[in-house]
Design a protein around this ligand. Structure first.
Ligand code: NAP
Length: 282
């Protein structure tokens, strides 16, 4: 990124810190080029001391002179902040949103600004191991796309998609994904404890099994069913366990869960969940 570029963060929470930390680690930008805004002075002080960045409690100050404005606040605060910043962002600036469910249209209309990148990171981004799916409005220039890519790379891997619909799908798969994985891990650990393992041993066994299995797929890519077949001997332990998982509807439960999360993501984006709640249907 150019030496004179400036990035302004609106929202200085967990994800903003992960991005700042990652960008400085990867030397995408230097601390003097970053300004972060949030309502709590103590939080700003903390970030300024830790990373040497500029901080403010005034959102307008953070976007003033910023070539890239990162929207890193909670979805509930978004409408107020869009209204507050409308007309205050530099014409040639890029707005990069990580706000879950916020559509490009909402941001463009709210800010009266055309160059918008919408992204969906996930929780492991906090340790630089996330996967972020992102898309860009037609007005985003090639150089701005490169900048967005570099910033999102600081959170782990990134995947660009042309169609914004993939953002809602990604919300259900990778965005919400860590919740499914944590539940699966918890169930395996509890099962191991049920067998008689002390919990610390159960956790070690389960975490390394999952880590090792994903690394194995990366090192020796193959169809997942073939890998599963490799560890399933006729009449063996895996065959017995897999029979029970299939009988319990494991695959269908996951498919239905992801479909439900996808539908929820769409309705959160359109605000229809709120409507349903006020209608007393939920
Ligand atoms: N955390 C994740 O793993 C994850 C994954 C995917 C997507 N996301 C998305 O990332 C966004 C940020 O999440 P987060 O986990 O970083 O949340 P967070 O830690 O709560 O950070 C939000 C920040 O916004 C600040 N804020 C509140 N009102 C504001 C205002 N009017 N103007 C400016 N800043 C304001 C908050 O300050 P106070 O703390 O003082 O209220 C807080 O520092 C969310 O939209 C979320 O959907 C998060």
């Amino acid at each position: 990124m150019r030496k004179e570029s400036r990035i302004g963060f609106i929202g200085s929470g967990v994800m903003a810190e992960a991005m700042i930390k990652g960008m400085l680690r990867e030397s995408v930008i230097s601390a003097s080029q970053i300004i972060a805004s949030g309502p709590r002075q103590e939080r700003g002080k903390q970030l300024a001391e830790k990373y040497g960045i500029a901080v403010t409690i005034n959102n307008a100050e953070a976007v003033d002179q910023a070539d890239i404005v990162v929207l890193s606040l909670k979805p509930q605060m978004l409408s107020t902040v869009l209204e507050e910043l409308s007309g205050k962002i530099m014409k040639d600036a890029l707005v990069l949103s990580i706000v879950a469910g916020a559509t490009i249209e909402k941001i463009e209309l709210g800010l009266n600004h055309k160059s918008v990148v919408r992204s969906m990171p996930n929780t492991p981004a906090q340790i630089g191991e996330g996967i972020t799916v992102w898309t860009a409005s037609p007005d985003v220039k090639e150089e701005q796309r490169e900048h967005a890519k570099a910033i999102l790379n600081a959170l782990g891997e990134e995947l660009f998609v042309e169609d914004e619909d993939f953002l809602d799908m990604a919300t259900a798969v990778s965005g919400t994904g860590p919740a499914y994985v944590f539940l699966f891990l918890e169930a395996m650990v509890d099962a191991a404890v049920h067998l008689g393992f002390p919990r610390y041993m159960a956790e070690k066994l389960v975490l390394q099994t999952v880590h090792g299995s994903t690394e194995y797929i990366r090192e020796a890519p193959d169809h997942l069913a073939r890998l599963r077949n490799q560890v399933t001997s006729p009449g063996g332990t895996s065959a017995e366990a897999l029979y029970y998982l299939e009988r319990a509807g494991f695959r269908t439960a996951i498919s239905r869960a992801i479909w439900a999360a996808y539908q929820r993501s769409i309705s959160l984006g359109t605000g229809s969940i709120k409507k349903r709640l006020t209608e007393g249907n939920e």
